[in-house]
Design a protein around this ligand. Structure first.
Ligand SMILES: Nc1ncnc2c1ncn2[C@@H]1O[C@H](COP(=O)(O)OP(=O)(O)O)[C@@H](O)[C@H]1O
Ligand SMILES: [Mg+2]
Length: 1053
């Protein structure tokens, strides 16, 4: 018979999986690329592998090659460079997400999902907060990237029911914030006009459970003014285009953006002063005249459908209908405000009567001149919009807030999508702040990338020489330094009394920081620069390039003041949102609010702190052209970005050290087939394996270094050579496998190679066992953390384990006897079951015990039961009696006088005990016998039957609570036959009285007294026995004529 050697399982073990995929059809070209083999056709997927790494041209060429192939992502080490494709690439499907999930960063082609997944996994495995910093200029794709990352987490992270809503809310916060905070600019049709930092909180299971958003400096001026070709915030157009008829009627709006000056007018307030009237019918003349800033319709934006998305998102986030209405009311009011005309009897007045806030505003007309009134109106619009935006962010935060276990148990991934570096024809205060923010981020990038690189070398024990790079700290200082920084100077001008103006600010700049290498003004500039600068401009040499800022409006914008009476009016509004935005406390606070720039500076400093505390990943976005066009790769523009993003420096730093690094295990796993000693598996230490392997490959000492856990390879070509060798090896291995697949004739000889395969399998199994062990440990830890939760996939393994081990322990430690009350402590999950088990087990043990009992013992126990009922916790010497067996009788037949027995006749003797009787008078002690028959108790003196008490006549029995043996049998006084109660003493008082109680059926008639017992002596006289505790037992007549009994205390109570 022939025997097949199956190819598949063997081959699987022989070759690392990714490489196996790389062999074969065209469909796997992407993974070939990842295996670095297709590097020439689509460039290198990691710039560090670029041969000519100092050449900017080579860098850009690589970007271009990839861009043309729609490969928009490339790494520089762990930094992702992304080029905006300006078209849909179909690389964001669920399948793509799956492909990147849990896969090693380098095993798949570069993608923003790989960065997302890498951060997520680092967070999960190291439990360290992460942040992903997305930078790049306006329109480079930052916001899109942040959305992709969020979507990736929403789709791929584990979830529960509650988490679903959180995921929805996280996702839906985007369209809402974009509607209110984004606008079309010249650079980007959907430009974020605010900075956004978003924390996504993950619980122990790795499920997103909450979020928090920090917003930075909304460009409020856009509400009242937009540059030519730009728009106001999207929400205005969405509302007007998409709002239902009813809604618009309620808000007093018309479906025509041309109606609203804030949406169509030139930013210059003078336009309104000219007194033009907006006309409802579109008039081309009019359009020509006013269209400089007018841009309500944009082909790439569908306001109507966006409106639907926003409306739905608002509901998902948890806005009530009323809140939405109030919010939109504010938006509408801003539009109405913009239409207020002063001095003219504008048709806009019609709205004034419908809107209370505007009515109040109308009162301002008198004290202010036209220009002041207009600027007051605009200030109000900006304040209302700005504060509403902040309110909106807070509202979203409430909706995203995680209500579960404490926050410190969560891990966080922060996403920073903040306005990119921006240069326009005219740059104002906003651009100044935005670009300052970018300086700060660049500073952070420099610190963290360089620092982390150096840290790694240090951690691995590799010596390395620092690389020079431009540190932009000098520019940050120029802007933010206390007293001498630009912000301080601006604040000073804002706060000082007197005739401060934008121009005096400029002069002050010249006087204070005029000599700074990164600042110049028209006055200070050389002739060439002066030509391209306005007189009211100052120029900053940012790390990203030169920007001229026009000082006009700097003071006003920095002061950001609103007339006090306008604030008062706002506080009185019926609109609930506005009353939250304008707090009365603010009116009382006489302290001057911080200036806008200082507030921004402080919030940026806080942001830096937040980011520094986390492990960063970077996405560096590049804009391929200024025309927002697909497929256009503008060299000049890209070179500029590559330069200021510091990508070349980034690459240099990465390369100056080592281009390539891998953990020993990964490296060995991938290349072990290239060396006989390491193939198919290496038994010794990993470092030795790698060392053996690279020596066999002929690596020269300067080409690589071995760190503590990683190998560092200096040149890409070394790695390429190794990759090529691997490729060749795979083919030959493939052939050999095929060869062995051929039926081996007759006696199935095990060739040496088959032995090698077998060793491969063993190694593989070992690895599998290791993996399983690691999994078990991980599951166990997770289970421990969740042990108090309801049973869920995370803890079921742990709970089962705990149950199993408890039951096993219980089995070994069961109580041995009915008296053994020990029982192992049960884990929380088993408390109830354990209690049931304990009861069952006890019952069972008792049942077994009872079954084994003989009648005699049973009788004994019954008597002990009675004794316990009567005396337990009542008489001091009871505990001492418990372990002593009750005797059947204390006097046998010979010890009782036959005459006595005779006189008792047929009455059966049940118990007999020697007692002491105390005379009623004088309390003389006399030895007697107490006999119990079935009908009576008899007191006997030798042969004389001294007294017989029928049980029926026994009124009661009294005894003290002390340890003495004295007791009184009470008999009825009217019974003439009796000479009164009998005072006796027994050395076995518990036993004796138990017998009496049982024989006479008087269990309930035994009185246990404290202090004294009164008894009758016949003829109506009474005697008293006093009981006291003392050092020893003493029974004697006391001077007061009582019988005094002293008994030692045996048990402390
Ligand atoms: N990965 C991408 N795929 C397709 N189009 C993109 C991508 N990134 C950006 N874009 C396009 O570029 C525009 C601007 O991107 P955006 O993320 O808003 O820029 P930024 O936030 O950097 O200013 C988007 O509206 C979109 O049309
Ligand atoms: Mg953006």
């Amino acid at each position: 018979p022939h025997q097949f050697i199956e190819l598949l399982p063997f081959a699987n073990h022989l070759l690392p999986l990714p490489s196996l995929q790389a062999v074969g059809s065209d469909g796997v070209r992407i993974s070939m690329e990842s295996a670095l083999t297709a590097r020439d056709r689509v460039g290198v997927q990691d710039f560090v592998l670029l041969e000519n790494h100092t050449s900017e041209a080579a860098f850009i060429e690589n970007l271009r090659k990839r861009f043309k192939e729609n490969l928009i992502y490339t790494y520089i080490g762990s930094v992702l460079v992304s080029v905006n494709p300006y078209k849909d690439l179909e690389i964001y499907t669920k399948n793509h997400m799956e492909r990147y999930r849990g896969v090693n960063f380098y095993e798949v082609s570069p993608h923003v999902y790989a960065v997302s997944d890498n951060s997520y996994r680092s967070m999960r495995t190291e439990r360290r907060d992460q942040c992903i910093l997305i930078s790049g200029e306006s329109g480079a794709g930052k916001t899109e990237a942040s959305k992709k990352i969020l979507q990736y987490y929403a789709v791929t992270c584990p979830a529960s029911d509650q988490v679903e809503t959180v995921k929805d809310r996280l996702l839906q916060s985007n369209p809402v914030l974009e509607a209110f905070g984004n606008a079309k600019t010249l650079r980007n049709d959907n430009s974020s006009r605010f900075g956004k930092y978003m924390d996504i909180q993950f619980d122990f299971k790795g499920a997103p459970v909450g979020g928090h958003i920090l917003n930075y400096l909304l460009e409020k001026s856009r509400v009242v003014h937009q540059n030519h070709g730009e728009r106001n915030f999207h929400i205005f157009y969405q509302l007007i285009e998409g709002g239902e008829e009813d809604l618009l009627r309620r808000l007093g709006l018309e479906r025509n953006p041309q109606q609203y000056q804030y949406l169509v007018k030139v930013g210059d307030t003078r336009a309104s002063l000219y007194g033009w009237k907006p006309c409802k019918t579109s008039n081309s003349m009019w359009c020509f005249w006013v269209s400089q800033g007018n841009c309500p319709k944009v082909s790439s934006i569908n306001d109507r459908s966006d409106w639907k998305v926003v409306r739905k998102a608002l509901s998902v986030i948890g806005f009530s209908e009323d809140e939405v209405e109030e919010l939109l009311n504010i938006i509408a009011s801003v539009l109405h405000l913009g239409n207020i005309q002063y001095g003219g009897e504008d048709s806009g007045n019609a709205y004034i009567t419908t809107d209370t806030q505007i009515k109040y505003l109308a009162r301002l007309k008198s004290p202010l001149n036209l220009e002041q009134a207009s600027s007051a109106r605009d200030a109000l619009s900006k304040a209302v919009y700005g504060r509403t935006f902040t309110w909106l962010v807070n509202k979203i935060n409430v909706s995203l807030a995680y209500k579960g276990s404490p926050l410190w148990m969560c891990c966080i991934i922060g996403l920073l999508d903040i306005y990119g570096f921006e240069v326009f024809q005219h740059n104002s205060f906003e651009q100044f702040c935005i670009n300052y923010c970018n300086e700060k981020l660049q500073q952070l990038f420099i610190e963290l990338t360089l620092k982390s690189e150096q840290d790694e070398y240090e951690a691995e024990g590799i010596t390395w020489e620092p690389v020079q790079y431009f540190n932009n700290k000098i520019i940050c200082d120029l802007v933010e330094e206390k007293f001498k920084g630009i912000i301080s100077i601006l604040d000073e001008e804002c706060l000082r009394p007197g005739d401060a103006s934008d121009i005096t600010f400029l002069e002050k700049l010249e006087n204070t920081v005029g000599g700074h290498a990164h600042l110049t003004t028209h006055k200070l500039a050389d002739g060439k620069t002066r030509k391209v600068m306005g007189r009211e401009e100052f120029r900053l040499l940012h790390y990203a390039g030169e920007v001229n800022y026009n000082v006009n409006g700097f003071l006003d914008k920095n002061n950001d003041l609103l007339f006090r009476n306008l604030k008062e009016v706002m506080c009185m509004s019926d609109n609930k949102i506005l009353t939250q935005c304008f707090d009365r406390a603010e009116l009382k606070d006489s302290k001057r609010p911080e200036t806008a720039a200082t507030q921004f500076k402080t919030s940026l400093a806080k942001l830096m702190e937040i980011l520094m505390s986390k492990e960063p990943s970077y996405v560096r976005c590049i804009k391929p052209n200024d025309a927002k066009q697909a497929g256009r790769f503008d060299d000049v523009l890209i070179r500029h970005q590559v330069k200021y993003l510091g990508l070349m420096e980034n690459l240099r730093v990465r390369r100056a050290g080592f281009a390539y690094r891998r953990h020993y295990e990964t490296f060995l796993q991938r290349y072990k087939s290239l060396c006989p000693e390491t193939w198919p598996s290496w038994q010794g230490k990993l470092a030795d394996g790698v060392s053996t392997l690279v020596k066999h490959l002929g690596y020269k000492p300067e080409e690589y270094k071995l760190g503590r856990s990683k190998i560092f390879i200096r040149f890409p070509k070394t790695l390429f050579a190794t990759e090529d060798a691997l490729e060749t090896r795979k083919h030959s291995l493939g052939e050999r496998v095929t060869y062995h697949m051929v039926l081996v004739d007759g006696r199935h000889l095990l060739s040496l190679r088959t032995v090698a395969w077998w060793r491969g399998i063993l190694a593989c199994r070992r690895a599998q066992r290791k993996r399983q062990a690691a999994n078990t440990i991980r599951r166990f830890i997770k289970g421990f953390i969740y042990r108090h939760n309801e049973r869920c996939p995370e803890n079921e393994y742990f709970l089962d384990y705990v149950r199993y081990s408890f039951l096993m322990k219980l089995r070994r430690n069961l109580p041995k006897s009915v008296l053994d009350k020990s029982w192992p402590t049960a884990p929380t999950a088993l408390i109830e079951a354990s209690e049931q088990l304990r009861k069952l087990y006890m019952q069972n043990m008792v049942w077994g015990y009872c079954k084994r009992i003989n009648p005699e013992w049973k009788h004994q126990l019954e008597q002990k039961m009675v004794a316990s009922e009567i005396f337990k916790n009542k008489k001091d010497n009871y505990p001492q009696s418990v372990p002593k067996l009750f005797m059947g009788t204390r006097l046998n037949g010979e010890e009782i006088n036959p005459k006595v027995l005779q006189s008792l006749g047929s009455e059966k003797m049940k118990y007999a005990v020697p007692v002491t009787k105390y005379d009623r008078k004088g309390y003389k002690a006399r030895p007697r016998q107490l006999l119990l028959t079935s009908n009576c108790a008899v007191i006997v003196e030798e042969a004389k039957l001294k007294q017989r008490i029928d049980y029926a006549a026994l009124k009661g029995i009294s005894v003290s609570s002390l340890s003495d043996g004295v007791f009184v049998l009470h008999v009825p006084t009217e019974d003439k036959k009796q000479k009164g109660d009998v005072v006796l003493q027994s050395d076995h008082i518990i036993e004796t009285l138990t017998k009496v109680a049982i024989c006479a059926d008087k269990v309930n008639s035994i009185n246990i007294n404290q202090g004294s017992i009164t008894f009758t002596m016949g003829q109506g006289k009474e005697g008293i026995i006093d009981f006291t505790s003392g050092s020893e037992l003493l029974v004697a007549k006391a001077k007061n004529g009582h019988l005094s009994v002293t008994a030692p205390r045996l048990n402390s109570r």
